[in-house]
Write a protein that binds this ligand. Structure first.
Ligand code: AMP
Length: 274
């Protein structure tokens, strides 16, 4: 596995692969890798000839009040995990943006609600960094986890709208042994917060398993289980438009974000008609 820190070296390598018609798979991350990330890397390994993983904690997607400076990092451990999962090139730029960088990418509509309502500049930062990474890595196919369901929908829409010619593939949401969705931010949780955080996926499972076609009835079943320090949203949405659906008459997605202490946790589950 090669570790590349220079943006120019990465781009030159990628243009060479493109000229030779290589199928390049790409898994972008912010590091502090867990089994959710390594599952995506292993799945992507089976779909491509050259596998690139990036690790970059992107300042553009953090608001000034958020956890950029204390975001957990473990570059040596991450490199070992990438190598074991079959990565060919680990792209770990110290600085991704040129000093006079002035472009932003805005996927309107899809980004204004749910996570976007709670974090108004977040998806613009995500779309912008992924667009630049796509330009540098020139992938044929890229994988994003369903753990961040809205992010996956936004990036799929961006790639299609801008005719990027990159296949955007969902990766399955990976959970801890007790059901908590794996997240780099789980390290922030105290023992008590982590215990209560288990009610987040249980509430979503209750919504999934309830027999009623009425979304309000199902959401009430979920809310009655949930224990948290603040619920940002708990909704049943259309997976393409992310609009709230009143009736469970087709495959939908229950999505939720709840706070435990200072930590916001996201989770979601597929919901099918009874
Ligand atoms: P992050 O490092 O949090 O930016 O995540 C990098 C990629 O890994 C994104 O596509 C995430 O959706 C994905 N990811 C994070 N946690 C999980 C998980 N528990 N299961 C599956 N994919 C995940």
């Amino acid at each position: 596995m090669d570790v590349i820190r220079s943006v120019d070296t990465m781009h030159a390598l990628a243009l060479g692969w493109r000229a030779r018609g290589k199928k390049v798979g790409f898994v972008p991350t912010m590091g502090y890798l867990h089994r959710g990330h390594t599952t995506l890397i292993e799945l992507m390994r089976q779909r491509c000839e050259i596998l690139v993983v990036s690790i970059y904690v992107n300042p553009l997607q953090f608001a000034p009040t958020e956890d950029l400076s204390r975001y957990p990092r473990d570059p040596e451990g991450d490199a070992r995990k990438c190598q074991a999962a079959g990565c060919d090139v680990l792209f770990m730029p110290d600085n991704l943006y040129p000093p006079d960088f002035r472009t932003t990418v805005d996927v309107s509509g899809l980004t204004s609600r749910w996570e976007g309502a709670a974090r108004p500049t977040h998806f613009q930062g995500v779309a912008t960094v992924v667009c630049r990474l796509f330009g540098l890595v020139q992938p044929t196919v890229a994988m994003f986890g369903e753990k961040d369901f809205q992010q996956f929908t936004v990036l799929k829409s961006m790639a299609r709208d801008l005719a990027m010619g990159i296949e955007i593939v969902p990766g399955p949401l990976v959970r801890d042994h007790d059901g908590l969705a794996l997240s780099s931010r789980n390290v922030y949780l105290s023992a008590d917060e982590r215990a209560r955080a288990l009610t987040l996926h249980r509430a979503l499972y209750a919504i999934r398993d309830h027999a009623s076609p009425d979304a309000e009835v199902r959401k009430a079943a979920g809310r009655s289980i949930l224990q948290c320090d603040g619920l940002d949203y708990l909704e049943i949405v259309d997976p393409e438009t992310l609009e709230a659906a009143p009736v469970i008459d087709r495959p939908l997605r229950a999505i939720a974000t709840a706070r435990y202490g200072r930590t916001r946790l996201l989770d979601n589950v597929a919901v099918l008609p009874a």
